[in-house]
Design a protein around this ligand. Structure first.
Ligand SMILES: Cc1cc2nc3c(=O)[nH]c(=O)nc-3n(C[C@H](O)[C@H](O)[C@H](O)COP(=O)(O)O)c2cc1C
Length: 387
């Protein structure tokens, strides 16, 4: 287990993972923006990710970034399938570093969930002539659901070439300045498809028993681990339970195997195999709805975890850490609402008196205003001023 901080709020204690020290436990969860061009990040990515770094988060993940063109989920996905993708990503990681944040890269391949509309266009399959689309591969020739194209079943050669694509993308991520890497093994995408008896109907060594279904994810992870520098941490995102037969017991077995091949953190999400959305936007969820998965994996698989899903306040995040349910908390939609979430959590937990979570360009002024005694300096609703 990683070292725990000793004083103050646990949320603001550093965490050592291999040779990397995160300044706090606040992670920005991967969030697809659907506005890359040819796999390249745009100014939007710089502003979007840079804002979280200004706001004080310790680790900031890119959205799911595709290891090959065939893996594109949608138009506008980020990519790392070519060396030319490195330089524009480097511009972003350089800025994150200047702000004292670590840059995390999430790698992914959509498999049979490729060619999907952007969420606000309906999340269904893209309808366009085949010549304008890209080929789809998956463990089995089984469509994601009705109306979706049937992917081509991957051959043994496809499997080894695909692993090579992940390895090459991991190397590029390192060259682009990322210090944390996450393999996306959740939400019904390629790696999860191999794990799932619902999507994987293979009769060779990569299908059938749980051991066989875990083979591709584990071979892939081991290959990526060998290519990713030993001093840098590797995360793996799981759907701890899904909507198509994968259980928490399966996740515990997988997590133990992942630990054995060098994974440092299990990022505990859920769902996405049969339904579309891993954000559970269509269902009613309670705050911290996935925290029990992070707690269970941490306790029973003996590996550090990251909790995610409707974590919205500093007090809630702090309780997750103090209760030892997880080692890190990932913030998604709440950070879209409030990119300075970390700064607000620090105020809420009375952790920093002088806005130290912010760069001086902002923090110095806010501290000065606070010291001048303006009553609503932090929370305008508390200001007792006549309008
Ligand atoms: C706009 C958006 C895009 C997302 N894209 C990704 C993604 O690229 N990779 C991923 O693993 N999860 C993705 N997710 C899921 C989030 O990382 C997170 O697990 C989920 O939103 C639940 O956390 P929250 O309640 O804090 O938002 C996305 C969520 C949102 C809202």
């Amino acid at each position: 287990m990683p070292e725990q901080g000793k004083e103050g709020a646990r949320l603001f204690s550093p965490l050592n993972l291999r040779g990397v020290t995160l300044k706090n436990r606040i992670v920005i969860s991967p969030m697809a923006q659907y506005c890359a061009e040819g796999g390249f990040p745009t100014d939007w990515h710089f502003a979007h990710l840079g804002g979280f770094a200004i706001g004080g988060a310790g680790l900031i993940f890119t959205e799911s970034t595709k290891v090959e063109r065939r893996g594109l989920g949608s138009f506008g996905d980020l990519g790392l399938w070519d060396d030319s993708h490195i330089a524009p990503l480097r511009r972003i990681t350089d800025f994150l570093k200047q702000m004292g944040a670590k840059a995390g890269m999430q790698l992914n391949h959509s498999g049979r969930k490729a060619r999907s509309q952007r969420p606000w266009e309906g999340f269904g399959p893209i309808v366009a002539p085949e010549s304008e689309l890209w080929p789809m591969i998956a463990p089995s020739a089984v469509a994601h659901s009705k109306d979706w194209a049937v992917p081509r079943e991957m051959t043994g050669r496809d499997i080894s070439e695909n692993i090579e694509a992940w390895v090459a993308a991991a190397r590029r991520a390192h060259a682009a300045g990322f210090e944390v890497l996450e393999i996306h093994g959740a939400h019904g995408y390629l790696v999860h498809q191999f794990l799932s008896s619902y999507a994987n109907h293979r009769t060779d060594a990569y299908g059938g028993s749980l051991k066989n279904r875990m083979r591709f994810p584990l071979e892939l992870t081991e290959a990526v681990r060998n290519a990713w520098p030993a001093e840098l941490p590797l995360f793996f995102r799981v759907s701890a339970v899904d909507d198509a037969g994968w259980t928490l017991e399966d996740t515990l077995l997988l997590a133990r195997e992942l630990k054995a091949v060098g994974v440092d953190i299990i990022d505990c999400s859920s769902g996405g195999m049969a339904s579309r959305s891993p954000t559970a936007a269509q269902t009613q969820c309670v705050l911290g709805y996935q925290v029990p998965y992070a707690e269970s994996v941490r306790k029973h698989a003996g590996i550090a975890t990251m909790a995610v899903g409707l974590i919205v306040s500093g007090a809630q995040a702090e309780a997750i850490l103090v209760n030892e349910s997880a080692d890190l908390v990932a913030i998604g939609r709440q950070a879209l609402y409030d990119p300075f979430w970390a700064t607000h959590a620090a105020e809420e937990l009375a952790e920093y008196a002088q806005f130290e979570t912010l760069p001086k360009q902002y923090g110095w002024w806010l501290d000065r205003r606070k010291k001048a005694g303006f009553p609503g300096a932090v929370n305008p609703s508390q200001a007792d001023v006549a309008l």
